[in-house]
Write a protein that binds this ligand. Structure first.
Ligand code: ROI
Length: 173
């Protein structure tokens, strides 16, 4: 993205989730794919977390993680790249918004931008209530402030951890 001819770099936070087809392997492969994306540089990666499903309980437990990267891509170009990685992992987009998935890559925050379009809602619409997003994110940036001024540290204080556990630290680059 360019403003007045200057390249704009943004810090982006991405949530990773999987509960099918060897979830830990899916997340590790996705981190490698993100590390190989042009115009993106991974800065930090959280631990790999084990989490209980939010939504219908008749689905397997999840693995989740959050990473930060710096990019000069626009949010929509980054979304295209993330959906391409999801598709390669075998993600089938059907009408199962709350169902099991091989790989989910969500843009949680894109700099300080607020975006509401058909394809993108940033900050991610569910992030404030999801322990498997907030806790790994807090591991990366404990003093983060959301675009609406809300402090991550305060959101964390009120969250139900819902059995969230660190599984391992295997994602570190
Ligand atoms: N539940 C957990 N624990 N982790 C996820 O990544 C996740 N993703 C989803 C829904 C179905 C909301 N539940 C989840 O999309």
């Amino acid at each position: 993205m360019k403003v007045n001819g200057l390249t704009v770099m943004n810090t982006v936070y991405i949530g990773l989730g999987s509960n099918l087809s060897n979830p830990a392997k899916q997340i590790r492969t996705a981190v490698e794919a993100l590390a190989n994306l042009k115009n993106c540089q991974i800065d930090k990666i959280s631990a790999l977390y084990f989490s209980r499903p939010m939504g219908p309980k008749d689905q397997p437990d999840y693995m989740n993680a959050v990473l930060s990267l710096t990019t000069n891509l626009s949010a929509i170009k980054l979304l295209d790249a993330l959906q391409n990685i999801e598709n390669i992992a075998g993600r089938v987009r059907k009408d199962n918004r709350w169902g099991a998935r091989v790989l989910d890559l969500d843009i949680l925050l894109f700099g300080n931008q607020v975006i509401k379009t058909e394809r993108l809602t940033i900050p991610h619409y569910g992030m404030k209530t999801r322990e498997f997003v907030l806790i790994p994110l807090h591991e990366l940036v404990c003093d983060l402030v959301l675009p609406d001024g809300e402090k991550l540290a305060e959101l964390i204080q009120n969250i139900d951890q819902n059995g969230l556990k660190i599984f391992d630290y295997s994602l570190q680059l």
